[in-house]
Design a protein around this ligand. Structure first.
Ligand SMILES: Cc1cc2nc3c(=O)[nH]c(=O)nc-3n(C[C@H](O)[C@H](O)[C@H](O)COP(=O)(O)OP(=O)(O)OC[C@H]3O[C@@H](n4cnc5c(N)ncnc54)[C@H](O)[C@@H]3O)c2cc1C
Length: 416
């Protein structure tokens, strides 16, 4: 097996989420849940001990530290004799099929031949909001851009579009770098992320929602939350149990139930399922109390009143055009198509891409945010870990499914 990882950034591992240097940007889940290695839940904690970093299963570690961990995991990956792992710095701009092979084209003009390609492209920047672009320099379209900190000076008025995890990140950072800044965060419903319970233990599967249609599952969940509340239990444990079977529940829903979930319940689910550390929740609450952070409805604010407007609406769907030349080219060539719901790519249950004619391509797979639609929980570390492990087993069991079995299989991952 010969694997080539192609990454356009300087380092393989941290990606967009974990390249931040801000210590207040912590992981949104317990260290005990975020091992990078499937089947080895203590891997991250052991690494921390080896590094002399104090961490318990319920610690919320800085994301920068987690980025270092991912780099270390990758660098220490054992490569069996007879196999090879190559790293390539470059931007993939296209993949074409030719003579039973995938030709992976880089922006520098180089081409790599491969039996199988895995798209691991991560998250696009937030959706465009053209109505705010008229604000010119005042409008910051990408909250993760390196220049956000430089463009917000002290004591200014900042409007944040979105009240979710990205808003929390941006407030935490700018509070430090631009003291005296006053924030107004807007969204349609004004719902903020909920908090983890301090000192919660590691996951416990206390509840099996079974299978059924959306109304049946909702009813069971509500009943379980109520029952648990009566004996002093915590709704978060129910949410975490449901989350563990969310993808099989999702697959069992009818199209109508999936549509209804997105319109009526998705946001309520997101704020309960992606929770922030209790310390950060207390910090956000104190800013609200002091008036430094106000939550409003988008229609109630005049964006021209603000010195800066920052788009914190979360990543756009992967099939969005314009964020990644590779995605644009594959869409153009009809080699991929958006999933019916438009949230990710249309994929087989194993993650193989489906072209615009509805044909499954057994030589190209996708992991991560691109899976949203065929699955519901796709982008957090536990989801990525499971997807990667399953796909690895699949490729190992049938590595050269698409080409000449006489020679070693070659795979390309774009990117880390
Ligand atoms: C701000 C943020 C915070 C998050 N925090 C958490 C958290 O606390 N806990 C949690 O469980 N999950 C979290 N997530 C979700 C998830 O864990 C991360 O997004 C995770 O890094 C996703 O991994 P990935 O490999 O899919 O994408 P990434 O880590 O983003 O990696 C994709 C890589 O592909 C490269 N790339 C893209 N296109 C090309 C191309 N054409 N050619 C070459 N290279 C290319 C990019 O440069 C990038 O390095 C967070 C997500 C975000 C955005």
């Amino acid at each position: 097996m010969e694997v080539t990882i192609i990454e356009r950034g300087g380092v393989i591992g941290p990606g967009l989420a974990y390249r931040t240097k801000e210590p207040l940007h912590t992981l949104n889940n317990f260290a005990g849940r975020l091992s990078a290695v499937e089947g080895d839940p203590d891997h991250l904690l052991r690494w921390c001990i080896e590094q002399g970093i104090s961490a318990t299963p319920t610690s919320f570690l800085p994301r920068a530290l987690y980025g270092r961990y991912l780099v270390a995991v990758f660098e220490s990956t054992p490569v069996p004799d007879g196999s090879a792992l190559h790293r390539l710095h470059g931007t993939v701009v296209n993949v074409r099929r030719h003579g039973g092979q995938s030709l992976v084209q880089l922006s520098c003009g180089a081409t790599i031949e491969s039996d199988v390609v895995v798209l691991a492209l991560g998250n696009p920047p937030p959706r465009r909001h053209s109505s705010f672009e008229v604000l010119g320099d005042r409008y910051l379209a990408d909250p993760w851009a390196d220049d956000v900190v430089q463009r917000v000076r002290s004591s200014c008025e900042v409007l944040l579009l979105g009240t979710g995890l990205t808003m929390v990140d941006v407030v935490a950072q700018l509070q430090k770098t631009a003291p005296g800044t006053r924030f107004t965060a807007v969204s349609r419903r004004g719902l903020l992320p909920t908090a983890h319970r301090p000192g919660s233990r590691r996951p416990h599967d206390i509840f099996d929602p079974g299978c059924g249609d959306l109304d049946t599952v909702l009813r069971r969940v509500q009943e379980r939350v109520a029952d648990l509340g009566e004996v002093g239990g915590d709704w978060r444990d129910v949410v975490d149990s449901v989350r563990a079977s969310a993808n099989s529940l999702w697959a069992g829903f009818s199209s109508e139930d999936q549509d209804r979930f997105i319109v009526q319940f998705a946001r309520h689910w997101e704020i309960r399922r992606h929770r922030i550390p209790p310390e950060m929740a207390a910090h956000i609450a104190s800013l609200q109390q002091s008036g430094d952070l106000q939550i409003a409805r988008v229609e109630d604010v005049d964006p021209w009143r603000f010195d800066r407007v920052i788009n914190c609406t979360g990543p756009a769907p992967v099939p969005t055009r314009g964020w990644n030349r590779l995605v644009d080219c594959l869409l153009e060539q009809r080699a991929i198509r958006p999933h019916r719901l438009g949230l990710g790519l249309d994929l087989s249950p194993e993650g193989a891409v489906i072209d615009s004619a509805g044909r499954t391509n057994p030589a190209m797979f996708a992991v991560g945010a691109a899976r949203r639609g065929i699955e519901w929980e796709v982008a957090a570390v536990p989801d990525l870990r499971t997807q990667a492990a399953r796909l690895a087993v699949r490729l190992l069991s049938d590595p050269a499914s698409t080409s000449d079995r006489a020679r070693p299989a070659r795979g390309t991952v774009t990117s880390a």
